[in-house]
Design a protein around this ligand. Structure first.
Ligand SMILES: NC(=O)CC[C@H](N)C(=O)O
Length: 358
């Protein structure tokens, strides 16, 4: 085992042993508080370019299975973990965590005092980190921010036929479990690249449109806001995470970066209509700014219980709903899975009622 270092741009150095792909890596150091679901997390395209620190102390204990990948080629910058388990025990396990990283070309560092690292990020805010065999003395001033959505979005249109309503899924870096949730609801799904125009989407004759999650700053997609607005005005629409932010921006709202983001499977969110609190899966660094919402146009439907930030919106005239959290719940909890079911129900009620409602 070779020693390695995670150097933060603020100067702190964390020592550990290198695991996974043998390469240096630079990325935004973020942390995730989920107690399970490391496989789904490392394959979630929304983490593109980020170094994920797992708060849960042991990673790898139930191995890697054949079903839970969220994408084919993981795009995260690397992982930072406490204890690495190299002897997984689960009847569905086909691989070890460290082998999965190696195969995916993702570097990592284990044996790190992740509790101290998370405390550091919480006091400093999200910082850049450098993962390497050596301690990094200085950080090169690299001002170019990759356009991650373009890197992870599909290049080709993909079709999934089913008996139910036809949903166009705009891929900003979609998680496979969003597609699976739609297929479970009997939908036909067409996955299209992030930059598909309104006219092209219209030609596909959708019954509804879903704007997916995805990596990076939503403002990187500024030039597409007018198209997004047009699309949402023509079809029942659901926006998830980045999709939620893009719809808010397309209607003139603003987004801002959180100090250290919301990432984990235990984030409480209040449904304002009922006062009920749902425990949600989250993974985002940006939020929609409260004061920037035109409340004549959008109703705020959900709020984060911890910091009161906006977690959901509903258009007052058009059938548009958005959520900042992840209703596909992969990894869980599944408290808000009904949002995807309601979306399909809404498509059926808005449409020509051809389809039986489950
Ligand atoms: N999961 C997502 O869609 C993340 C959205 C966006 N990239 C953010 O960090 O806020």
């Amino acid at each position: 085992m070779e020693l390695g270092y995670l150097t933060l741009e603020t100067g702190e150095v964390f020592e550990g042993v290198l695991i996974g792909a043998n390469k240096d890596s630079i990325g935004e150091v973020v942390f995730n508080t989920s107690m399970t679901g490391y496989q789904e997390i490392i394959t979630d395209p929304s983490y593109a370019g980020q170094l994920i620190t797992f708060c849960y102390p042991i990673i790898g204990s139930y191995g890697i299975n054949a079903m839970d990948d969220e994408c084919i080629s993981p795009s995260l910058a690397g992982v930072v973990i406490g204890d690495l388990c190299e002897t997984p025990s689960h009847y569905q396990s086909i691989n070890k965590f460290s082998e999965k990283l190696m195969q995916a070309g993702v570097p990592g560092i284990a044996g790190v005092d992740t509790r101290l690292l998370v405390k550091t990020i919480r006091s400093r805010g999200t910082v850049k980190g450098y993962l390497s065999k050596t301690k990094q003395q200085t950080f090169a001033e690299d001002k170019t921010i990759p356009f991650w959505v373009e890197k992870v979005s599909t290049k080709n249109i993909q079709y999934f036929n089913n008996e139910g309503p036809h949903v166009v899924l705009i891929d900003f870096g979609y998680k496979k479990s969003i597609l699976n949730a739609l297929l479970d609801e009997n939908c036909s799904v067409t996955i299209v690249p992030y930059n598909t125009s309104f006219e092209k989407i219209k030609a596909l004759k959708p019954d509804g449109v879903l704007l997916s999650n995805g990596p990076g700053d939503p403002m990187a997609l500024k030039q597409w806001f007018p198209e997004i607005k047009k699309i949402t005005q023509h079809y029942p629409t659901l926006g998830i995470c980045l999709g939620h932010q893009l719809i808010a921006l397309a209607y003139g709202a603003k987004t801002e970066k959180l100090a250290y983001g919301h990432r984990g499977g235990n984030h409480p969110v209040k449904e304002l209509a009922t006062g009920k609190v749902k425990i949600t899966a989250q993974n985002h660094g940006y939020v929609v700014v409260d004061e920037s919402i035109d409340t004549q146009v959008f109703q705020i439907t959900y709020r984060n219980v911890n910091d009161k930030s906006i977690e959901g919106l509903k258009h007052r005239r058009f059938p548009i709903q958005t959520v900042q959290f992840h209703p596909e719940a992969h990894p869980g909890p599944s408290d808000t899975q009904y949002i995807l079911e309601n979306f399909v129900y809404q498509i059926n009620s808005v449409g020509d009622k051809r389809y039986a409602i489950k």
